[in-house]
Design a protein around this ligand. Structure first.
Ligand code: SF4
Ligand code: SF4
Length: 645
């Protein structure tokens, strides 16, 4: 492999473990995501602005942003139409990814209810019954399996429903539900909205950028309040509703004397049974026979977050660590399901003894060993996978093992249920803390890593500035892992917070940054926001809340950001989306939407400035609610810097 990595590896990531592995990559000539980004530069300006279209064979077409070249594609589509269509398709791709994940969970849930799976159970019966009531499924004196089967049927209806209404819309505050109805964006069915977006963006269908983007809101809402919400809720029913739990994070969670298996991707179905298989006495005995002290499971990306939240499985890292974890030379197997898995992992694995094992028939990787997942033989397949990893231990080269850091402790497991339980069963203490100004507001910091931004810097800096200013931060996905690595997710991190938040966090024994789970679990933030709004009898957009995706890369993040804004929450992006080729689209998303759904997007790559934007927004919302507020214009960039000095 060629070595094209620049010598300035340290600026590519703020994480010490990643820096150490990047040095190894440079020494050994192993190519990484940062090399490939450099090789792509300069990236296509038309695509970066959303001005290229290849939706039909009359194209591909480009619109000249400087007004000198073509202003229309061959079919006559202008910049507004092309940018809106491209954005609409991204929303649909992201929403489809989440919702197909939700469908996979639902199908295994249904098969479990019918007793045809192995290794799966109904773990949280109370949650099952609560969900059944929401879906009008009779619970009284009925066997759990019957209730689960009827609930599964009702939820399966949400995907292709003819009812015209998703089951979870009862959770939406009435004012918001009314607004969506008035705008015509109430999601009717999960599959329907995604298919309709693909239809609308076909050549010669919807050419009105406003109309396309309104359907973009609807499509995203079918994910947030539909497919993703089903994924979260049924994962809780089957694998347990998370409760606060301590674990560890970074590459130091690998153990030099153990068989190490990384579980990577998004779906907890297989990884949950692998956790069961890894403690199988026969497999542990085999590992010992091979000379290992035991079997060590670690997580990556959101499969890792699912296991961390419910089982305390330690986290090796987030998105940009996936190639680097193999370079420790201590990983016997990387077991992947789907989403966010770089095809390059099999190339890096060729330089070491690591087995890459793919498991989802819809996500195959050239160079990997495919072991097809089948829930009817879930535990059996999980044992086969663990056995393969144990056997790979014999191929490990001890001199090649480099585990660069000690692990950092982190707390996870904050479901809405566990947050409310910590508050005594009602949102009242949180509402009171917000009213008194001890907590100024709450922000969801979510999303990915993107090699265009030094890994974790956006997440960690933004979160730190928010908690310093008494803003509670809720994290999911790779943002959560970044904050964990930075030591901001232990109860002791309360010391980093402003005096109000510090007092609340210390009284409850929790960190000022709460881990709510994987990317699909952003729905927990929606549920919490809706619960607060319903408690106060207001709409979500009136609350002092915001969202941020400082390092996003994925189409799923586009869908998430859109449903968060459509739900009434102002959202700041740290990476520029490909929309700047249309002033009209930019004006709509960054301004006009405010008058439509009460929230809008902002783009701010500098996390220090993003923190200012968010603080101003939160104080403006406080003022509008009649709560003690700082005048937004008094919040300047210099202020927190001076305070820190
Ligand atoms: S849909 Fe129109 S703009 Fe797009 S490729 Fe076809 S002709 Fe070109
Ligand atoms: S946060 Fe982004 S990169 Fe990380 S697992 Fe989720 S979608 Fe993938």
């Amino acid at each position: 492999m060629s070595t094209i990595l620049s010598s300035k590896t340290e600026i590519k990531t703020i994480s010490k473990d990643a820096q150490a592995m990047l040095r190894r990559a440079r020494e050994e000539g192993i190519e990484t995501v940062w090399d490939r980004l450099a090789a792509q530069e300069p990236q296509c300006g038309y695509c970066a602005m959303g001005l290229s279209c290849r939706n039909c064979a009359m194209g591909p077409c480009r619109v000249d942003p400087f007004g000198e070249g073509p202003q229309k594609g061959v079919c006559g589509a202008n910049a507004d139409t092309i940018v809106a269509r491209n954005l609409g398709r991204s929303i649909a791709a992201g929403a489809s990814a989440h919702s197909d994940h939700g469908r996979d969970i639902l199908e295994v849930f249904e098969q479990t209810a019918r007793g045809t799976t192995t290794g799966y159970h109904i773990t949280d019966e109370a949650k099952l019954k609560a969900l059944a009531k929401e879906y009008d499924v009779s619970v009284d004196s009925r066997p759990v399996a019957d209730v689960a089967r009827d609930l599964a049927d009702a939820m399966l209806e949400d995907f292709g429903t003819r009812k015209g209404r998703l089951g979870f819309l009862g959770r939406v505050p009435p004012k918001r539900a009314e607004l969506w109805k008035k705008l015509g964006v109430t999601p009717r069915g999960i599959d329907r909205e995604n298919v309709e977006m693909l239809h609308r963006t076909h050549m010669g269908v919807d050419n009105d950028y406003v109309n396309i983007l309104l359907h973009g809101l609807r499509t995203s809402l079918s994910d947030g309040w539909g497919g993703s919400m089903i994924a979260t809720e049924l994962s809780d029913v089957m694998f347990g509703t998370p409760k606060p739990i301590m674990s560890q994070v970074n590459l130091g969670v690998l153990k030099a004397d153990h068989v190490n298996i990384a579980l990577h991707g998004h779906n907890p179905l297989l990884s949950d049974v692998i956790v069961q298989a890894a403690s199988d006495p026969e497999l542990v005995k085999l590992a010992k026979k091979k000379g290992a002290a035991g079997i060590n499971l670690v997580g990556l990306c959101c499969t890792g977050n699912e296991l961390l939240m419910r089982k305390g499985v330690p986290m090796a890292g987030n998105h940009l660590i996936q190639e680097l974890v193999i370079m420790t030379g201590a990983l016997e197997a990387m077991v992947v399901d789907y989403q966010c898995i770089m095809p390059s992992v099999t190339d890096v694995a060729k330089c070491f003894h690591t087995q890459v094992i793919s498991t989802a028939d819809k996500a195959k990787f050239p160079g990997a060993t495919h072991m097809s997942f089948d829930p009817h033989r879930g535990l059996e397949i999980a044992k086969d996978i663990v056995r393969k990893a144990v056997e790979a231990f014999s191929n490990r080269v001890p001199d090649r093992v480099r585990i660069p850091v000690e692990p950092v402790p982190m707390m996870a497991g904050f479901s809405v249920e566990s947050i409310l339980a910590a508050l005594g069963g009602t949102p009242e203490p949180l509402v009171n803390a917000i009213k008194e100004g001890k907590i100024r507001g709450a922000v969801g910091v979510v999303g990915c890593n993107n090699p265009k931004i030094p890994q974790d810097e956006g997440h960690v800096t933004l979160t730190r500035r928010l908690i310093e200013n008494d803003i509670l931060v809720l994290v999911t996905g790779c943002a959560a892992v970044a904050n964990g690595k930075a030591g901001q997710m232990v109860p002791e991190a309360a010391e980093m917070a402003g005096p109000g938040l510090k007092g609340v966090a210390k009284a409850l024994g929790i960190p000022p940054v709460l881990h709510l789970g994987s990317c699909v679990d952003n729905t927990r933030i929606l549920v919490l926001a809706a619960a607060l709004a319903n408690y106060l009898g207001v709409d979500i957009d009136q609350l002092p809340l915001a969202g941020a995706a400082p390092e996003w890369y994925s189409e799923k993040a586009v869908a998430i950001g859109t449903y968060v804004v459509a739900s009434g929450i102002y959202t700041v992006l740290g990476v520029q989306p490909p929309i700047f080729g249309s002033k009209n689209v930019v004006n709509l998303l960054a301004d006009g939407l405010e008058g439509v759904v009460g929230a809008k997007f902002a783009v701010e790559p500098d996390p220090e400035k993003a923190a200012i934007l968010i603080r101003r927004h939160i104080e403006a919302k406080r003022k509008a609610l009649g709560l003690p507020a700082i005048e937004p214009e008094k919040i300047q960039l210099e202020e927190p810097a001076a305070a820190r000095a």
